[in-house]
Design a protein around this ligand. Sequence first.
Ligand code: UDP
Ligand code: MG
Length: 315
Amino acid sequence: MARLGSVSIVVPVYDERDSLRPLADELLPVVRALGREVEVIMVDDGSRDGSAEVLADLAHAEPEVTVVRLRRNFGKGAALMAGFRRARGDAVLTLDADLQDDPAEIPRLLEALEAGADLVSGWKADRQDPWSKRAASRVFNGVTTRMTGLPLHDLNCGFKAYRAEVVRSLAISGELYRYIPVMAAYEGFAVTEIPVRHRPRTHGRSKFGLERYVRGFLDLLTILFIGRFRHRPMHLFGGLGLLFTLAGILISAYLTVLWFAGEGIGDRPLLLLGVLLIVVGIQLFTIGLVSEMIQRNRLRTERDEAAGRVERVIE
Ligand code: UDP
Ligand code: MG
């Protein structure tokens, strides 16, 4: 497989003041030793703890480092998107800013990418987080694997490597970044996984509690829907709508025949059902049409939004 010449590293940062310098001290020697063209894009997701000052110093002192600051805290997904927008490398790697991901693993991720994968996802095989998080994460990964058919152990690992095409095809908003491997697989990209070393958090605190898993499951439904029907929402809504309307028309036709035969139908529950099916069916059909129109603008809009959140860039 062809060697990927240039590498972009994207790091989402939200209130990680004390981790940033040690991270740069570990990360920069590793990326310089790659012997490729590299850039490190630190995306400050509206930090309020003084991270911005540390990042500005880093951007001035280190030629490889670019800092992208978002106007407020938009969430990790938005931070990643803003970083992806600026990334110019043939390969794009992401890692968390909290020192939980070990930069020494970067060459291995790149190697796996060059071996032919389009996306290599880290797997925190020996996860250094509280047990509650590990247990919830196991359930989450199990259910997602079953529902999406993508056999990964650890979907939501911050440590990942992508070919540039994958990053460009992604349009994530909110918290959908958890399903990046699923979305990439739906787009036809080859997704693999390698175990990576994971370390306990030493500075600051985690930005996510257990509530993330509740939202995660709602997002899973979105992803399944998007994956199967994004390009053809009419097939879902229109199909259901036709089915409902047809059933409603049949029922109404039957009642109409009875009515002409002189039977009273005004107090029959079936009448209500027939009318309801027709109304709901037409509604579903209309939703299908509207979705078709919306889907044509969606991708572009989300990418433009990601760029619009940047407050300033320091190089
Ligand atoms: N993060 C971010 N925006 C947010 C929340 C988190 O950019 O709104 C960053 C955070 O600074 C870290 C990474 O996302 O670099 C993962 O966050 P965290 O370590 O809190 O998650 P966990 O390790 O608990 O899954
Ligand atoms: Mg962490």
